[in-house]
Design a protein around this ligand. Structure first.
Ligand SMILES: Cc1cc2nc3c(=O)[nH]c(=O)nc-3n(C[C@H](O)[C@H](O)[C@H](O)COP(=O)(O)OP(=O)(O)OC[C@H]3O[C@@H](n4cnc5c(N)ncnc54)[C@H](O)[C@@H]3O)c2cc1C
Length: 414
């Protein structure tokens, strides 16, 4: 096969890579995007899509957001049920006042098999995008005029002036080129299972985060899906996992069979398929996201929210920003590390404040009493409940949650 020549090659067609390619295409810029998988393909995930996803896709093109809204493979989600170790819980709607405007949910739950395939189908609508599936990029050599990328057998070779690495949590590009390696303090290990017939699902299909004492600072989740199914999983900081020598599959099994509340809810539940695990590279540490002729995006850039474990939204945001930076680089014919640093600045300007707040919250919830106290407060204080609601969208409010004075005031308020 002759060498494919392109200005921009995107490695990975998951949410980050597909979004980068879509933004380029809708700006009239061609690219090559290559994935080792053939779509539709599965990706281990909680399958929770926050409001960021629809917002961002709508910014690229309102038609994409409209097609996602119309898709039948997803379940609308109106809020979150947070449950502390003391079993007190609070329902937090995504929108203040719990407005359920038809056709306007803030979030969705849908299997990644479907969502990622939706994005790839969107790519296939764009003539500027050359999508190559089933090719695992293992070689990346920096040459004077660009990166030479290739697979192990050498039968596929791509020469690109600029690389957007979007190949996920185990990205070899991130390790070998950007020299960023997994650190257990900034990494979560998660497992996911699909169940049918779990009882006690909220009528409004709230997603459930259970901050069980033995899992902190991680959580056990139940995310309702269409057709009576649910995505059930557990995620735990890798450093805690190692220290406590926890086996995640055993932990999941014990939770659904022995926990007093869950064993009732899972009494008639049926496990569908296997229980699978994957890594979550957290954005709890600031890193260099670009270098000469490359930018890292999504999980390959370690951008997962350390408190919620949400990574899809940030994958989309960073993918779009990388595309915007790529367009500037092409126009200036400047792919230097110095020029691409503007991408890092953009990412951290937009996502940085949220990541910093979530890192503080992640550290706070290590202590079960804090969440217990928050739940007690929320149960008796209406103002505090609405504050927690706004927390989802307003970084300033999350900042309040990280200040000791806030808790003191709360303790003395009614
Ligand atoms: C257990 C678990 C639960 C999670 N729950 C949620 C959740 O509910 N909500 C949420 O927002 N986030 C969640 N996340 C995080 C979310 O899954 C990721 O943040 C998201 O998938 C990142 O998208 P991405 O495009 O960066 O990477 P990926 O989705 O991993 O896509 C990377 C793509 O690159 C391809 N690829 C990899 N290597 C190569 C290569 N060498 N050559 C070519 N192609 C390659 C892969 O095939 C894949 O298609 C969860 C993660 C885990 C592990």
């Amino acid at each position: 096969m002759p060498i494919i020549k392109t200005d921009i090659c995107i490695i990975g067609a998951g949410p980050a890579g597909a979004t980068a390619a879509l933004q380029l295409a809708y700006s009239g810029v061609p690219c090559v995007i290559i994935d080792k998988a053939v779509f539709p393909r599965d990706k281990v995930c909680g399958d929770g899509l926050s409001g960021k996803v629809l917002t961002l896709l709508g910014r690229i093109d309102p038609g994409i957001a409209a097609r996602l809204l119309a898709a039948s493979f997803k379940l609308d989600s109106w809020g979150v049920n947070f449950v502390a170790a003391n079993r007190m819980g609070i329902n937090i709607p995504y929108k203040a006042g719990y407005q359920k405007a038809p056709g306007e949910p803030r979030g969705f739950v849908c299997k990644r098999m479907d969502f990622d395939n939706f994005l790839v189908d969107e790519l296939k609508r764009c003539p500027q995008v050359q999508l190559i599936e089933g090719v695992n990029i293992t070689k990346h050599t920096l040459e004077a005029d660009g990166y030479l990328l290739g697979n192990a057998s050498g039968d596929v070779q791509i020469k690109a002036k600029l690389v957007i690495a979007a190949n996920g949590a185990y990205s070899s590009f991130t390790k070998e080129v950007a020299n960023i390696h997994m650190e257990p303090e900034h990494y979560v290990a998660g497992i996911r299972a699909y169940y049918k017939n779990i009882s006690g699902i909220h009528p409004d299909k709230l997603i459930e985060l259970h901050f069980l004492k033995n899992i902190l600072p991680g959580y056990f989740w139940i995310f309702p899906l269409p057709n009576g199914e649910a995505n059930v999983g557990v995620g735990m900081l890798s450093s805690s996992l190692r220290r406590k020598k926890v086996n995640l599959k055993q932990l999941l099994h014990d939770t659904v069979t022995k926990d007093p509340e869950m064993k009732e809810r899972f009494k008639d539940a049926v496990l569908m398929g296997t229980i699978d695990g994957y890594g979550l590279p957290l954005g709890s540490k600031k890193r260099a996201l670009s270098g000469e002729r490359y930018m890292l995006t999504g999980d390959a850039a370690y951008l997962i929210d350390p408190f919620t474990g949400e990574g899809i939204g940030n994958a989309l945001y960073s993918g779009r920003m990388a595309a915007e930076q790529a367009i500037i680089a092409i126009a200036a014919d400047d792919y230097s590390a110095a020029a691409l640093r503007a991408y890092d600045a953009h990412v951290y300007r937009v996502l940085g404040p949220e990541l910093i707040m979530s890192t503080k919250l992640q550290k706070l919830i290590k202590y079960p009493w804090i969440l217990n106290m928050l739940m007690k407060m929320a149960a008796r204080n209406k103002e505090f409940r609405s504050l927690l609601t706004s927390m989802f969208h307003e970084v300033d409010i999350r900042r309040k949650l990280t200040q000791p004075m806030f808790y003191l005031r709360l303790l003395f308020s009614r």
